[in-house]
Design a protein around this ligand. Structure first.
Ligand code: GLV
Ligand code: MG
Length: 308
């Protein structure tokens, strides 16, 4: 269950080639930081960035943040060196590898096997390093259930809207916003729901991708609010100004959290008072049963994880 997993409401993207951004990232209140070797890192900067990332992880100072490195996808010539250098160099100080443009379950299995080899050869705990799988094209979405189920290391399924929009020829240049001309609903609904279903079916976290208009925090809140309402666990942040918006949007409202805790207390009280023979209880005019208890558990789990 996701309530056992650490919160990832805000997942901060940081170019692995920039010492300045890495130093700044340590000070920011994001739940997760991911140091990027993929699109935020120019091809000639990648070898140097691997070294910068290894030092940054080993130097520490990341507090409670989940520490992730995004490697290049398996169709490039860089992936194996990204994984090997980073995990051999800093595997003890790393929580997960993010794999972009995942298209098949086999690509996850390949990363799982490589991680296991490195863990064995380095004497690390086997299976400790997680995998975050980005869904960024039609084939990846078609296979998303198998991708989520491909390895116990998979912790998150992430929507990559920019690459996804390009890969399906969507007629829009504004990432996360509705394509002009499509006025009959949310063009992303099917994609978000498919990712969410795969994540929930296999107890993974579902993470929404970037919003590129970094100065438009209201726009960020609007787009984040949609995936949060569906049940997503968090969203990428590309700029410090988006972090509070993410942390707030993917935490329950205080009033919902308080209500959820009341439901759990009332359900516990009434059902135990009846010696386990009663399946439902009342709070005021509201009937609560086992299904409402489960809904309350989700809100309370997210709230407790967020320190409410
Ligand atoms: C993120 O990687 C995206 O393509 O949106
Ligand atoms: Mg991408």
């Amino acid at each position: 269950m996701t309530d056992k997993i650490r919160p990832r409401r805000s997942c901060l993207a940081v170019p692995g080639s920039s010492q300045k951004f890495i130093d700044k990232a340590r000070t920011l209140p994001a739940d997760q930081v991911f140091l990027d070797l993929e699109d935020a890192c120019a091809p000639l900067a990648k070898p140097g960035a691997r070294k910068t990332i290894v030092s940054a992880l080993n130097e520490g100072g990341w507090g409670e943040k989940i520490r992730v490195v995004r490697v290049n996808d398996w169709t490039t010539e860089w992936t194996y060196r990204d994984v090997t250098e980073v995990v051999e160099g800093a595997g003890a100080n790393l929580d997960a590898i993010m794999l972009p443009k995942v298209q098949t379950a086999e690509q996850v299995v390949a990363l799982d096997l490589l991680l296991t080899q490195i863990e064995k050869s380095m004497g690390y705990e086997i299976g400790k390093i997680g995998i975050e799988a980005q869904i960024e094209n039609a084939l990846g979405l078609t296979n998303v259930n198998a991708i989520a189920a491909a390895s116990p290391r998979v912790e998150t399924i992430i929507f990559g809207p920019a690459d996804f929009m390009a890969s399906i020829n969507m007629k829009s240049l504004v990432v996360g916003e509705q394509p002009p001309g499509y006025d009959v609903g949310d063009a992303y609904h099917h994609i978000l729901m498919s990712i969410l279903m795969a994540a929930r079916a296999y107890d993974k976290q579902a993470i929404d991708g970037p919003y590129l208009q970094i100065k438009d925090v209201d726009g960020y809140r609007r787009v984040a609010g949609r995936s949060a309402a569906l049940g997503f666990d968090g969203k990428w942040v590309l700029h410090p100004g988006q972090i509070d918006a993410a942390n707030e949007t993917y935490s329950p409202l205080q009033s919902d959290y308080d209500h959820a805790e009341n439901i759990l207390d009332a359900y516990e009280y009434f059902t135990s008072e009846a010696g386990g023979k009663r399946g439902a209880a009342m709070i005021g005019d509201e009937m609560i049963d086992e299904a409402s208890r489960k809904m309350a558990l989700v809100i309370s789990g997210k709230g407790r994880a967020a320190g409410m």
